[in-house]
Design a protein around this ligand. Structure first.
Ligand code: IRN
Ligand code: FE2
Length: 524
């Protein structure tokens, strides 16, 4: 996997933050500048970018969380502990700071108590199945850095297991905070097993997809029993969060009749078909408490699915979407009451003027549970470029308070994304998420921008490349016109040429007239 190996120059290093006692080692990407300073960046790539930790896909990753999970299990066997939920929410509510919370606090640069309090209030979740010890814990919540999820997974017509693992590693290399395995083809169980054992980030799934495979793809043949067994199978494997379309109530399906694009959620359409075939309420809604008990056993987080999300600008914020959102709020309360963590999924296709209303309603109806949205795409006119149409909406919705953004690749609506599509989707969404962090005034977010701006203004080209989200592309673009080594120190680039570089001219003004004079000249 040559594309996956870390940069061979030693200016981009994997490093670890540790606490005073040295208990936790939190991965960071360290960018060493030519000035001697270095910048530490949040890093999701796991052991794959650590040159000292070579991984063997067949052996899987080291089990970082195993001692924490075992210690907690041992502590829980005492008297009266039987009823206590082993979920992060359960611990948070009982006032306990878990090892995962401490790890996350270091990772986010906040106090552990803040992590605990946000989880306890249901405003943040830590997706971390007790059967998935390999992950480096992370948090999803408005008070923290905006996260990005990358969807991978095969379909009946394309892809292979190795390829899906490679995609997962590739997505985390570009900053995916979680990945979702949306496989629907053959070998679903085995593909997921490989991904889980090798993933340094939490893994989400949509269990109804596998349940549908089990009944030969016929929605009407689905049953609670098949679904329940599928969920248990996936919980046992270590899936960290699950999309559950329990808000698609039978009575809401007619509300989609006059839509331009009907029901565009895969899970939503499967459940709507089941409800219509049986003329019954959605079994996920009816069995929700039973399902919640299963998720609680493993500390699996709910991602309550937006099965009725709008699939076109025309359908945005319509009655079907909002009716479902209200039900997701109701179900979220049931789950949290049982100490199970919850996030709420959102749209979809939404014009910019209707984005804020989505966040405001979600917060009110769902008690500030973390919002997790798919884009939204802000226009329908650009198939082939929907990573851009949706990154615009993602930046806005992130700014308004969405906690995690589900990426969209250039292949959206057109085909299964390949590695290059995954990269393009990730880059677009890292930009959206970081732009949102800046706008929210997240502490520390601007330091990265400031370091890059300084490098740019001081013509430290190599530093500028190394600080970039995609260093290789930045360097290659510069090389296209000025490949020679001296150009990497030159006080101009080929965009404006030597005589028209505004930054160079500013330096000259400053050295002739001093910084203050240059400043006053600008306003006079
Ligand atoms: C995120 C927000 N709304 C939907 N999503 C994601 O869309 C969801 O988590 C899953 O990864 C993907 C497909 O879901 P449907 O089409 O089955 O709803
Ligand atoms: Fe779409």
């Amino acid at each position: 996997m040559s594309a996956l190996s870390p940069s061979n120059d030693n200016v981009l290093r994997k490093t670890y933050l540790t606490d005073a006692l040295g208990t936790f080692r939190v991965p960071m990407r360290e960018v060493i500048l030519s000035t001697g300073d270095s910048v530490l960046l949040y890093d999701t790539s796991g052991p794959y970018t650590d040159e000292n930790l070579r991984t063997d896909v067949r052996a899987g990753l080291p089990k970082l969380r195993a001692p924490w999970i075992e210690a907690r299990a041992a502590a829980l066997t005492g008297d009266g502990a039987r009823a206590a939920a082993r979920t992060q929410l359960g611990y948070a509510r009982r006032g306990e700071i878990t090892a995962e919370m401490e790890f996350i606090a270091l990772r986010e640069g906040v106090e552990p108590e803040k992590v605990r309090a946000e989880v306890a209030a249901g405003r943040a979740v830590i997706p971390a199945n007790v059967r998935h010890p390999e992950i480096e814990p992370m948090v999803i919540g408005e008070a923290f850095l905006v996260k990005v999820n990358a969807n991978i997974g095969n379909s009946a017509v394309a892809s292979s297991i190795e390829h899906e693992v490679e995609k997962m590693v590739w997505a985390t290399r570009w900053g995916a905070d979680t990945i979702m395995d949306l496989s629907t083809g053959k070998d679903i169980h085995q593909t997921r097993e490989w991904i889980l054992r090798n993933s340094p980030v939490p893994v989400g799934t949509v269990p109804i997809y596998q349940a549908l495979e089990k009944v030969g793809g016929k929605a009407e043949e689905l049953s609670w029993e098949v679904y329940r067994d599928t969920v248990i199978e996936q919980c046992e494997q270590g899936v960290d969060y699950m999309t559950v379309h329990a808000g698609v109530r039978a009575g809401y399906v007619p509300l989609t009749a006059n839509r331009k694009t009907g029901i565009v959620s895969r899970g939503g359409s499967i459940l709507a078909a089941w409800c219509l075939a049986h003329k019954r309420e959605n079994f996920l809604y009816e069995r929700f408490a039973e399902l919640t008990e299963i998720l609680r056993e493993y500390d699996v987080t709910y991602s309550l699915g937006d099965g009725l999300r709008p699939g076109s600008i025309y359908d945005a914020n319509d009655a079907a979407q909002l009716a479902e959102l209200e039900t997701l709020g109701e179900l979220g309360r049931v789950a949290r009451e049982m100490d199970v963590q919850v996030m709420i999924e959102g749209p979809g296709h939404v014009p910019m003027n209707k984005i804020k209303e989505n966040v405001d309603l979600q917060k009110r109806l769902c008690d500030d549970a973390p919002f997790y949205t798919l884009g939204p795409l802000t226009t329908d006119i650009a198939p082939g470029y929907d990573h851009i149409t949706s990154a615009i909406g993602a930046a806005m919705i992130g700014w308004y308070g969405t906690a995690m953004l589900c990426y969209v690749t250039p292949k959206e609506h057109l085909g299964l994304p390949d590695l290059e599509d995954v990269k393009q989707g990730m880059i677009a969404y890292k930009i959206a998420a970081h732009a949102a962090d800046l706008a929210k005034g997240h502490p520390g977010a601007q330091a990265w921008d400031d370091a890059l701006s300084d490098a740019r203004f001081e013509f430290r080209w190599e530093d500028q490349f190394n600080l970039a989200l995609d260093p290789a592309t930045a360097r290659a673009f510069h090389d296209e016109t000025l490949p020679a080594a001296p150009a990497k120190q030159a006080h101009f680039c080929s965009m404006c040429g030597p005589h028209f570089c505004s930054m160079k001219i500013t330096h000259e003004i400053r050295s002739l007239h001093g910084t203050a004079a240059a400043g006053s000249a600008a306003v006079s």
